[in-house]
Design a protein around this ligand. Structure first.
Ligand SMILES: *[C@@H]1O[C@H](CO)[C@@H](O)[C@H](O)[C@H]1NC(C)=O
Ligand SMILES: *[C@@H]1O[C@H](CO)[C@@H](O)[C@H](O)[C@H]1NC(C)=O
Ligand SMILES: *[C@@H]1O[C@H](CO)[C@@H](O)[C@H](O)[C@H]1NC(C)=O
Length: 656
C-alpha cells in the first residue's frame, strides 16, 4: 500500500513536470522605485537621494493552511551588500519585508526605509513584518546605533534589535559592519511549534555558520499573517546615498539553511565623482581604440575585396572569439564529404573524420541554426567553454561556420558513448564494477572541475550516459556542452525554457526554470544510480515498486538491503562497500530537496574516500522528505501549494 502511494506521487510529479515545462512560468522580482541594476548587480537604491526602491517576489505566498488556518514554519535566507557613498557613514539601510500587498505604496524614504509613512507607522492594521538592516541611528524610533539589525512589526520601532554581528564558535560576539560593501547573509527562521523567530547575520567569508542567532523573538506570529502574503525587499536613501545590493534569496515553507558553494562576487563601490572622471577618460580611450580598429578592418576589407582572396568572410565578432576556426573545405575533406555518420545528438548529426596530413581523428558535430543572433551568442558561449581543458572533459578543437550551419570539432572518442555499454544483458558483455566505479569517479571529477575550478561556474545541464564518452583505456569524459550555459559567478544571465533530458531534470529546475550546480548534482545522482545498477531510470515494464530507479533504491535502503537495487554482476563482485557507498550517495544527490544534496567537491571527496557519508544519512534523507510534505500544511498538500511555496530561487542579475 505504502509502495503504491509512492509510485503514484512520483507519477503525479511527472505529469506536473510536463505541465510546468509547457507553462514555463516562474516567479521573479518586480522592481519598483529606485530599484534597478548597477553594473549587472541588482540594487534596491540608485544614486538618487531621499528615495526608496523595492523588489517584490511576484508570487503570492501561502503561510497558512486554507483548511484550518494553521500557520506554517518558514525560512528565509538572503545575501546582500551595501556600498555607501561615504565609507564611514551609511545611508538609511534596507529590510526584508512580508506584507499583504505586492508592494508598499505611499511610504516614505529616509528613515522609513520605504516601509511605512508618518501616518500609518505603528498601526496594527498594517500586517507588515520586517527585518531591518539599519545603518542610521534614528532617535525617534529608539534605534540603538547606526549599524544594527532589528525585527519590526507594523512600524519602524524595532521590537528587538542588536548591533550587527554574530556569535562565533566560542559564543563570542563579533562585530560586522553592514556598510562594509562585502557580501553578507541573513537567515530568518520561524518555528511554528515554538512560536519563535530567529534572525542570524553572518559573513559567507567564514566557513562557519553561527549556532546562536543574533536576534530571537518569542511571539506567535499567526495573528499578524493573513492567509496570503507577499515577500520582498525595500531600501531607502537620505541625504547620503548608498547602493543596497540584493543578491540571492531563498524562501521555504519549512526550516532549512541552504548550504551553498559559489564564488563570492565583488560588488561595485558607490560611483563617486572621481570614478566618473576615470570613466570619461576610459571611454575616450575606448572610443579611440574602436575607431582605429574599425579603420583597420575597413582597410583590410577593401584590400581583400580587391584581391578576391577570401572565400569565407570572418565576421567581426568571430575574430574576437579566438583562433580555432577551421575552413569548411578542410572539414569537408577531413570527413570525406560528411560520409561517416557516428550518431545523432539533440542538436544534430556527428561525423567521423581525419585531419588531412595527420592521423588525428576528429568527431564533427553539425548544428543547424536559423537565427544569426542566436548563433552568435551560442557560438561565443561554446568557444568560451571550449577553452576548458581537463582529462575528464571531451576537448573542443575548433569550429567552422558555413552558411546557416555550425560545425563543432571534437576529439574523436573511439569507444563511443556510455549508454552503449550500460544496458547490456549478458554477464560477459557487461561492465565490471571496477570499470563502473572508475567511470563514476571520472565524470564526478570532470563535473567538479566545471563547477568549482574554472574562472566561471559552468553548469553542464545535460548529464546522462549518452553524454559520457569512453576512450581506449576506458576513461570516461563528459561531453556535449551544447546545452551548457555560462553561469558566471552565480549569475544566470537569462533563463530560457527548461533544457535538459526528461527524467534528469531536478524538481526545482522545473519550478523555477533556472539551472544551478544543484540541478547538475541531481542529474549526477541519477547517473550514479543508473551506472551502478545498469538499468534505466524508469523501466515501464518492471514491477510497480521497481519502476522508478531512485524510489526503488531508497525503498531497498529503508528495507536494510540497498544492494538489492544494483545489477547482479556488480553485486557478485568483491567490493560491496563501494557499491553501497555509491548507491547511497546517488540517492542523496538525487534528493528532491536541493539543500540536502552535497556539492560536487564533496561528492568527489567521498568517492575518493577522503570524506565519509554521515552515519544517520538515511534519517536525514527521510526526514527532509517527510518534512517537506508535512510542514507545508497539516493535510496532504495539493501540488498547487507546494509549487507556490517551495521555491529556491537564485535571482538573476545581469541586465543584459
Ligand atoms: C489604522 O489604519 C486604519 C486603516 O487604514 C485606519 O482606519 C485607522 O484609523 C488607523 N488607526 C490609527 C490609530 O491611526
Ligand atoms: C563592536 O562595536 C562596538 C560599537 O561600534 C564597539 O564599542 C566595540 O568595541 C566593538 N567590539 C569589537 C570586539 O570590535
Ligand atoms: C532560535 O535560537 C535558539 C537559541 O540558539 C534555539 O534554541 C532555537 O532552536 C532557535 N529557533 C529556531 C526557530 O531556529
Amino acid at each position: 500500500m505504502i509502495m503504491s502511494r509512492k509510485i503514484v506521487s512520483h507519477v503525479v510529479f511527472l505529469i506536473l513536470a510536463l505541465f510546468c515545462c509547457t507553462e514555463n512560468s516562474h516567479g521573479k522580482l518586480i522592481m519598483q522605485g529606485s530599484a534597478g541594476f548597477f553594473k549587472g548587480f541588482r540594487t534596491l537604491t540608485s544614486t538618487k537621494k531621499h528615495a526608496y526602491g523595492q523588489a517584490y517576489y511576484d508570487r503570492v505566498l501561502r503561510f497558512k493552511n486554507p483548511a484550518n488556518g494553521a500557520m506554517t514554519s518558514f525560512s528565509v535566507t538572503f545575501f546582500f551588500a551595501i556600498s555607501p557613498e561615504d565609507r564611514h557613514k551609511g545611508s538609511h539601510g534596507m529590510a526584508f519585508v512580508i506584507s499583504p500587498t505586492r508592494s508598499i505604496t505611499g511610504s516614505s524614504a529616509d528613515q522609513y526605509l520605504g516601509l511605512f509613512n508618518e501616518a500609518n507607522n505603528g498601526n496594527s492594521s498594517n500586517h507588515v513584518i520586517a527585518v531591518e538592516l539599519d545603518t542610521n541611528k534614528d532617535d525617534e524610533f529608539g534605534d540603538i546605533n547606526d549599524n544594527h539589525v532589528g525585527i519590526n512589526i507594523n512600524g519602524m520601532r524595532s521590537i528587538v534589535s542588536a548591533p550587527a554581528g554574530y556569535y562565533d564558535q566560542e559564543g563570542q560576539f563579533r562585530n560586522l559592519s553592514l556598510i562594509c560593501g562585502k557580501l553578507l547573509r541573513v537567515t530568518i527562521l520561524y518555528n511554528e511549534k515554538k512560536k519563535q523567530l530567529n534572525v542570524t547575520l553572518s559573513s559567507p567569508d567564514e566557513d562557519y555558520y553561527p549556532n546562536q542567532p543574533l536576534l530571537s523573538l518569542n511571539q506567535d506570529l499567526s495573528p499578524l499573517f493573513l492567509e496570503e502574503m507577499y515577500a520582498g525587499f525595500s531600501a531607502s536613501t537620505g541625504s547620503v546615498g548608498a547602493m543596497h545590493y540584493m543578491w540571492i534569496w531563498f524562501i521555504n515553507p519549512y526550516l532549512t539553511v541552504p548550504s551553498l558553494s559559489f564564488g563570492i562576487p565583488t560588488f561595485p563601490p558607490y560611483p563617486n565623482a572621481k570614478s566618473l572622471v576615470n570613466r570619461i577618460v576610459w571611454l575616450s580611450i575606448l572610443a579611440l581604440a574602436i575607431f582605429v580598429a574599425l579603420a583597420a578592418s575597413a582597410l583590410s576589407f577593401i584590400f581583400y575585396r580587391r584581391h578576391k582572396m577570401v572565400k569565407e568572410v570572418l565576421e567581426e565578432w568571430e575574430i574576437q572569439c579566438g583562433p580555432h576556426r577551421f575552413a569548411y573545405k578542410e572539414l569537408f575533406k577531413a570527413t570525406k564529404g560528411f560520409k561517416q555518420l557516428l550518431g545523432k545528438g539533440g542538436f544534430g548529426q556527428v561525423f567521423k573524420g581525419t585531419i588531412p596530413g595527420s592521423a588525428a581523428e576528429i568527431a564533427v558535430k553539425r548544428i543547424s541554426h536559423d537565427s544569426r543572433q542566436g548563433m552568435q551568442e551560442f557560438l561565443a558561449e561554446i568557444l568560451t567553454i571550449g577553452r576548458l581543458r581537463h582529462p575528464n572533459l571531451v576537448r573542443l578543437q575548433g569550429y567552422c561556420k558555413n552558411k546557416e550551419e555550425l560545425y563543432l570539432v571534437y576529439d574523436f572518442m573511439p569507444s563511443g558513448s556510455l549508454d552503449k555499454y550500460l544496458y547490456r544483458r549478458t554477464n560477459q558483455e557487461q561492465l565490471t564494477w571496477d570499470q563502473r566505479f572508475k567511470i563514476i569517479k571520472d565524470v564526478a571529477t570532470g563535473l567538479c572541475y566545471l563547477h568549482n575550478d574554472w574562472v566561471q561556474v559552468v553548469i553542464h545541464r545535460d548529464i546522462k550516459p549518452a553524454n559520457v564518452l569512453i576512450d581506449h583505456q576506458m576513461n570516461a569524459r563528459l561531453g556535449d556542452f551544447g546545452l551548457a550555459k555560462l553561469y558566471d559567478q552565480g549569475f544566470d544571465p537569462r533563463t530560457s525554457t527548461v533544457a535538459g533530458t526528461f527524467g534528469y531534470i531536478a524538481p526545482e529546475l522545473i519550478r523555477s526554470g533556472r539551472a544551478t550546480t544543484g540541478t547538475d548534482v541531481y542529474a549526477f545522482g541519477l547517473f550514479m544510480l543508473e551506472v551502478s545498477c545498469g538499468r534505466r531510470l524508469i523501466e515501464p515494464r518492471a514491477a510497480a515498486n521497481e519502476m522508478v530507479l531512485v524510489e526503488w533504491t531508497l525503498d531497498r535502503w529503508e528495507n536494510g538491503d540497498i544492494l538489492e537495487a544494483a545489477n547482479e554482476r556488480s553485486r557478485q563482485e568483491h567490493n560491496r562497500e563501494q557499491l553501497e557507498l555509491v548507491l547511497k550517495l546517488g540517492v542523496v544527490c538525487a534528493h528532491q530537496v536541493a539543500a540536502v544534496r552535497p556539492d560536487m567537491s564533496k561528492v568527489v571527496r567521498i568517492l575518493n574516500g577522503d570524506s565519509q557519508l554521515p552515519g544517520n544519512l538515511l534519517d536525514i534523507v527521510l526526514a527532509e522528505r517527510v518534512r517537506m510534505w508535512s510542514e507545508t500544511s497539516n493535510v496532504v498538500p495539493s501540488h498547487e501549494s507546494i509549487r507556490t511555496l517551495t521555491f529556491t530561487e537564485p535571482f538573476t542579475s545581469h541586465g543584459r
